[in-house]
Design a protein around this ligand. Structure first.
Ligand code: SF4
Length: 351
């Protein structure tokens, strides 16, 4: 897990979400087939190999909220992001946005309307912008694709507006991506994401490729845009210091399963699941000054062959005999939900 906190102050969430659910993820599962081709299996031996990257994940995001998914590499967070925006079909389960199933049967028209309302900001602003296109062409691409402004002059004016909105100059549309810094490129990617007037944006590690010094500026921009346009974010990150500052709710993933979900403040103040505690113990932060920082214990197991029962049991300091055989169901603990046998009725201490 990265532990770099942005060096400039980041605005913390100030506005409460409306309470209305915009995004609902239900029983989401994704299995990848990693088997060798049939002929190789016949000659070299070996059976089919599959990897369950996402295993029955449920969560809901309210309108205007920033829901953060955190976890170590291989936890399944980016796979969930891709399924949420319609880039990768789930093996089972559903994602509904505004009541419409992203992967359900629907007319081409309804699908277009929904796609227009979902956008994604990727981790690497160097790879996500076409280097041969001028910024004007990059930002107006969704405007053209959804036929929002048929007149070229209107599109140019709109691109100028979007560039100004993200803190760049309206004339920057004539430049190429290589003429900008990493932070400025991410601003261009944000302008492009806003071009189709979305309601839901998936931010996949949007600042992790940037210098620590510019991370806070980009996070503050995302926060300002959210307040101004009532945007709903799914924020994917392995950096808890960043998540702490942007999220209203947090879901913690471990080997494809959501092990804890809680309001951000509560999760950081009083984590429930042993894995969440371990992650937080590894983060240096202002409020943790004077406290010994503990490295994350153990290695994340091979996701092709995850430990049975609770996937976390080989690393858990609180392991009980049934942890290695029984999958923990979700338990409500105050405003949080934790998938851990410690919270089962009669399990004894929860600390
Ligand atoms: Fe630890 Fe058992 Fe809880 Fe898993 S279910 S986190 S092994 S106590």
């Amino acid at each position: 897990m990265s532990v770099h906190a942005p060096t400039t102050a980041v605005q913390t969430p100030t506005k409460s979400p409306s309470g209305e659910t915009l995004v609902e993820v239900s029983g989401l599962r994704r299995v990848f087939d990693l088997s060798k081709p049939w002929l190789n299996r016949m000659i070299e031996g070996g059976g089919r190999v599959s990897l369950t990257a996402v295993d029955g994940v449920d969560f809901a995001i309210r309108r205007g909220e920033t829901y953060a998914l955190v976890g170590e590499s291989g936890s399944g967070k980016s796979t969930i992001a891709k399924m949420a925006v319609g880039l990768l079909p789930p093996s089972a389960g559903s994602v509904t946005i505004g009541g419409t199933d992203v992967w359900g049967e629907q007319s081409a028209d309804a699908q277009r309307r929904m796609r227009r309302k979902i956008q994604m900001i990727f981790q690497d602003p160097f790879a996500s912008l076409n280097p041969r296109w001028r910024v004007q062409a990059i930002i107006e691409e969704p405007i053209k694709a959804f036929n929002l402004l048929p007149d070229a002059k209107d599109r140019t004016a709109r691109v100028g507006e979007l560039l100004t909105l993200v803190g760049l100059d309206a004339r920057d549309g004539q430049k190429f991506p290589h003429e900008f810094s990493g932070g400025q490129r991410q601003r261009i990617a944000i302008a492009r994401a806003l071009a189709s007037d979305p309601t839901f944006i998936v931010c996949d590690e949007p600042t992790s490729a940037l210098d620590v010094s510019v991370q806070a500026q980009v996070l503050n921009l995302l926060r300002d845009l959210q307040e101004r346009f009532g945007l709903t974010y799914l924020f994917i990150s392995h950096n808890l210091a960043v998540v702490r500052h942007v999220a209203t709710r947090v879901g913690v993933l471990y080997l494809g399963r959501l092990v804890e979900e809680a309001p951000a403040r509560e999760l950081f103040a009083e984590p429930k699941h042993p894995y969440t505690k371990m992650l937080l113990d590894a983060v240096p932060d202002i409020e943790m000054e004077g406290k010994d920082r503990q490295a994350i214990a153990g290695e994340i197991p091979n996701p092709v062959n995850p430990p049975p029962g609770c996937h976390f049991h080989p690393r858990c300091p609180f392991i009980m005999p049934h942890c290695s055989t029984d999958i923990p169901p979700p338990h409500a603990v105050g405003n949080a939900v934790a998938r851990c046998h410690l919270f089962a009725e009669g399990a004894g201490t929860n600390d």
